[in-house]
Design a protein around this ligand. Structure first.
Ligand SMILES: [Zn+2]
Length: 620
């Protein structure tokens, strides 16, 4: 990879005006100091995409994405970092020197991909040259599924022997245990803490991103055993809800045909490609998400066809997908409109069986009979009811209308209302009125309050109290302020280090901010966002959050937020200690006295802190 010097990157950043560049793609309106528009990365009708012209950072309060001018260009044009820098340099007429040997600071993500690459190579060698009953069984399984011959080579399939053989290999290549754990190819054993291979006695399918870099693995058990399929867990380079298996191989054909085909399993993808259907991809055990659709629509401009298995599981997947209907499918979405189509395979077949039994041409013909997902979903709903029965028809109506709820204002929904009325032998006007009265589902705006990347321990948290929500908002405001005003942020190093962050993501970002700021005292806001993102992937969204305090001096806001955090931390500690004091039998007399004294002194401090704590604007 060619390298661009930090100096050149800075020159390009300084010469690029985010407002002008984004303004070519998004209609922007100035409100106060900031510019607002409808987000180009998710579909919305009211603007939640904000650009701060002073810091040259953007943030979307709808989908939570954010970053600097480079990340904007990377996302909107689907470019890598180096290409985004080149593109902006070209625009600004800046000559950048690219030293072939010198590599851009590679960051943790690149390192994790190297771990995955080395792992894939090791597994592949095992499959091709390994000896023993187990690996023989793996090879004959692949052949029986018509995945023998050259297929393992073309798809870099592998075999995981387990017994820590991968760990030995990776260690000999210079990877650390932590890197293996972070890439989720090794795990510390629960029993004795020793490092173990994550996958053993499984056929391995490397999962690659759109650029073809290996980022994760899917493993299928050889013979019997549970779970049948085991995928890598989320890592900094692998996000299940975004990645599509086979996209790197399929994207050229998608671009040429304008069509993407989505199936359910990785073996289906491979068999379809091998049969000449080279625009197939699969989700990794999840339903198709908005992120998937966005990724696909960059390559397949016309339509995405969901190919459901004919068996029961496939039909369940179809029902799940049917619930996924939103504004991105409307004609109003214009350029970013995505046409989602669906079709079910006949006779309980999966795509692999179908192609093997009836050939690729039969599949192409089937795909041509795909219907729009909405129509498909409505038809499926209707098919569950006896339409000759009046009572059953009226039960079908609300079920059909709920499918349209997310887009009920649109022309398309009105058209489908007519279709439903027809099928149910009802008056169109009645159906349209019932549609208008159907409650809309939760909007994108509501979803923002959930963390962009939920930490495992938070997945169970259902409803946050208002106090907890406010607390999280204050944390985001403070972290993003430190990124926007790096010099100011360094002055609050103690707060970054000592706050009891409510989300482990926030704690990680605070630590990464401290690490970055202490080595880059003169960094600009854009440098900080990018630098911290490299240390802690996924942080840009939080670091560009700042929203509420634009009218005040940054120094005043920083002090206000730091005090808020300190007071809240102390209040929480007092509450926790008081709970302990309620049960004196749980501790010795000495501990009780110490705890009691601590509470008394904290309450005194708290009173003082609260007295000193001025509302914003009180200084002026
Ligand atoms: Zn957005």
């Amino acid at each position: 990879m060619p390298g661009i010097s930090e100096d050149d990157i800075r020159r390009v950043r300084e010469a690029s005006d985010l407002v002008a560049i984004a303004g070519e793609r998004v209609q922007l309106r100035q409100r106060g100091r900031d510019f607002w528009g409808c987000c180009p990365f998710h579909n919305e009708k009211s603007p939640s995409f904000k650009i701060d012209p002073t810091t040259q950072l953007w943030h979307c309060f709808g989908c939570g994405e954010g970053g600097d001018v480079f990340s904007f260009v990377m996302k909107i044009d689907d470019l890598g970092f180096v290409d985004a820098v080149r593109e902006l340099a070209r625009r600004a007429g800046i000559q950048i020197s690219e030293a072939p040997g010198e590599r851009i600071s590679r960051g943790k993500k690149a390192r994790l991909k190297e771990v995955c690459e080395a792992t894939a190579e090791f597994y592949h060698t095992q499959l091709m040259r390994g000896r023993g009953d187990q690996v023989d069984a793996a090879r004959s399984y692949l052949s029986s599924r018509k995945l023998g011959g050259d297929v393992p080579k073309r798809w870099n399939l592998g075999y995981a022997p387990g017994r820590e053989s991968l760990i030995y290999r990776l260690r000999s290549l210079g990877f650390t245990p932590q890197e293996m754990i972070d890439a989720n190819v090794a795990l510390p054993s629960k029993r004795d803490g020793r490092l173990r291979d994550r996958f053993y006695d499984r056929i391995m399918f490397p999962i690659r991103d759109a650029e073809g870099d290996t980022i994760a693995f899917g493993g299928r058990v050889v013979g019997k055993g549970e779970p049948k399929y085991l995928n890598s867990q989320e890592t900094p380079v692998f996000h299940k809800s975004e990645v599509l298996f086979g996209l790197d191989m399929a994207k050229a054909t998608m671009a040429a045909t304008g069509v993407a085909i989505v199936v359910e399993g990785y073996t289906d993808v491979i068999v379809l490609h091998e049969a000449g259907v080279k625009n197939a991809v699969a989700t990794l055990g999840t339903a198709l998400t908005l992120r998937h659709i966005r990724a696909l629509s960059r390559h397949a401009k016309n339509r995405i066809v969901y190919l459901f298995d004919g068996d029961e599981a496939g039909q369940r997947a179809a029902d799940r997908a049917a619930r996924f209907v939103d504004e991105s499918m409307l004609p109003e979405a214009g350029r970013s409109r995505v046409e989602l189509y669906a079709v079910t395979l006949p006779d309980d077949l999966d795509p692999a069986d179908f192609v093997q039994q009836r050939g690729a041409d039969a599949l192409q013909e089937l795909l041509e009979h795909a219907v729009p997902l909405l129509r498909y979903a409505i038809d499926r709903t209707l098919s569950r009811h006896d339409l000759s029965d009046f009572a059953d028809r009226s039960r079908a109506l609300p079920e059909c209308l709920s499918l349209l709820a997310a887009i009920k204002q649109s022309v398309l929904a009105q058209e489908y209302a007519g279709y439903i009325a027809d099928r149910l032998q009802m008056d169109t006007q009645t159906v349209v009125e019932r549609l208008a009265a159907t409650p809309a589902p939760r909007s994108m705006q509501d979803r923002e309050e959930e963390p962009a990347t939920p930490m495992p321990q938070q997945q169970t948290a259902v409803q946050l109290s208002p106090r907890e929500r406010e607390r999280l908002r204050i944390e985001r405001e403070f972290l993003s302020l430190c990124a926007r005003e790096p010099q100011l942020g360094m002055g609050y190093a103690a707060v970054l280090a000592q706050t009891q962050w409510r989300r482990s993501a926030h704690a990680d970002i605070a630590a990464a901010l401290l690490a970055y700021l202490s080595e880059n005292a003169q960094a600009s806001a854009g440098d900080v966002v990018r630098g911290v993102e490299e240390l802690r992937p996924g942080s840009a969204s939080t670091l560009t959050f700042a929203s509420t305090y634009d009218d005040f001096e940054p120094a005043e806001v920083a002090q206000f937020l730091a005090e808020e955090l300190a007071i809240r931390d102390m209040e929480d500690s007092v509450v926790a200690l008081n709970v302990q004091l309620k049960d004196p039998s749980s501790m010795s007399q000495e501990d009780y006295d110490l705890t009691y004294a601590a509470v008394v002194s904290m309450q005194k401090d708290l009173t003082a802190l609260r007295r000193e704590h001025k509302p914003l604007g009180a200084i002026n």
